[in-house]
Ligand binder design. Structure first.
Ligand SMILES: C=C1C[C@]23C[C@H]1CC[C@H]2[C@@]12CCC[C@@](C)(C(=O)O1)[C@H]2[C@@H]3C(=O)O
Ligand SMILES: O=C(O)CCC(=O)C(=O)O
Ligand SMILES: [Fe+2]
Length: 372
């Protein structure tokens, strides 16, 4: 059983590295058909997209914010936030850091390649190994300090990159903690009901996190390519910054794929699988993907936020009673990442408890796991 998040994803096969910036015609290896993806390429013609929520208490009182957040989590599993306290300057800096990294020559980027049994470094998204077609993207995953990989990329000149990444991680950590309490607050949960998330002085404990930089070069045949295949994040929540190019889509039952338009300075918040578990299914994790386009290079930065190492998360007891038995068993983050690497879109149902119709009393001593 893996114990750290860095032990969890082990790719099934090593991949050739394509330099997507120089390819003039879509290779067969990157041409997706509906049989490669469980969900259609068709976009919804719905003009409504995920809600935009103002986090400034002066514009929006706290109860209002909680109502909006609760509604967004139930209906969409995602929302955008404005006035979130992350400066425009830092968002620009992280864009520049990402661009600088991805525009390095391939042989240089490969010096920081993710090792076959590792999580951090340069390469295709971890889930790539689960698909027969390759995605039109490249990624760089960071957990904690980026210094080791940064030194491999820029032996003499790695400081600036590290400073920006570390500042971004620090600011995101604070914002993620705040968002987690707002989301839990919208379920009526207070700090004293989530012991693992609170330190001795009442402060929010540092969670674990990964930072994922994604680059989607302009693509000669965007209709047949896939930037990042449909997935849910194995997190409590994810905070996503997209540069001013659209590509992110969320799936809504009955509506199909809905584009999340980039709003300058706004950030996207996704409900992840662990929040799905904590909320006992009230806030379902959002299925999302990234599509690509013909003319513009797109960059996104995802802050994947989870509980501290070793903590087992399970449906919050305040949400449970005889009519609402726990639907999921307790899991640590690293255990769940291992489950995701193995079962992918069946990971959540693989940790679902079989709840007899008679309810909670029976479910408590029933730990059967239903897979599939
Ligand atoms: C902490 C995490 C969460 C990971 C695995 C590990 C590091 C990188 C994350 C992502 C980022 C890109 C999408 C995803 C689906 C992927 O392929 O790698 C994510 C995955 C998950 O949310 O499951
Ligand atoms: O690029 C995007 O908009 C999506 C990225 C994403 O889903 C991820 O990194 O988990
Ligand atoms: Fe994602």
């Amino acid at each position: 059983m893996p114990t750290r998040i860095s032990d969890s994803f082990r790719p099934h096969h090593s991949q050739k590295h394509f330099d997507l910036n120089s390819i003039k015609e879509l290779p067969e290896s990157h041409a997706w058909t509906s049989s490669n993806d469980h969900y259609t390429q068709e976009n919804s013609c719905n003009f409504e997209s995920i809600p935009v929520i103002d986090l400034d208490n002066n514009n929006n009182n706290n109860n209002n914010i909680l109502d909006h957040i609760g509604h967004a989590c139930k209906k969409w599993g995602a929302f955008q936030i404005i006035n979130h306290s992350i400066s425009e300057r830092l968002l620009q800096d992280i864009d520049v850091a990402g661009k600088t990294l991805f525009s390095l020559p391939m042989q240089q980027k490969l010096k920081a390649a993710r090792s076959p049994d590792g999580v951090t470094g340069y390469g295709a998204a971890q889930i790539s190994s689960l698909f027969s077609k390759l995605m039109w993207s490249e990624g760089f995953t960071i957990v904690g300090s980026p210094i080791e990989h940064a030194r491999q990329l820029w032996p003499k000149d790695y400081k600036k990159f590290c400073e920006v990444i570390e500042e971004y991680e620090k600011e995101m950590e604070k914002l993620a903690g705040r968002l987690m309490w707002l989301i839990l607050g919208s379920l009526g949960i207070t700090k004293d009901e989530v012991k693992w998330a609170v330190g001795p002085k009442g402060e929010t404990k540092e969670g674990c996190a990964a930072l994922q930089l994604n680059s989607y070069p302009a693509c000669p045949d965007p209709g047949r390519a896939m930037g990042l295949a449909a997935h849910t994040d194995s997190t409590i929540l994810t905070i996503l910054h997209q540069n001013n190019t659209s590509g992110l889509q969320v799936y809504q039952e009955g509506n199909g794929w809905v584009t999340v338009p980039p709003i300058p300075g706004a950030l996207v918040v996704n409900v992840g699988d662990l929040l799905h578990i904590l909320s006992n299914g009230s806030y379902p994790s959002v299925l999302h993907r990234a599509v690509v386009n013909r003319t513009r290079h797109r960059l996104s930065v995802a802050y994947l936020y989870g509980p501290p190492t070793g903590v087992r998360v399970s449906p919050l007891s305040k949400l449970l009673d005889h009519r609402h038995p726990p639907l999921y068993r307790a899991v640590t983050w690293s255990e769940y990442l291992g489950t995701k690497a193995k079962y992918f879109d069946k990971a959540l149902s693989s940790v679902r408890l079989c709840v007899p119709l008679s309810g909670f009393a029976d479910a408590k001593d029933h730990n059967g796991v239903q897979v599939g």
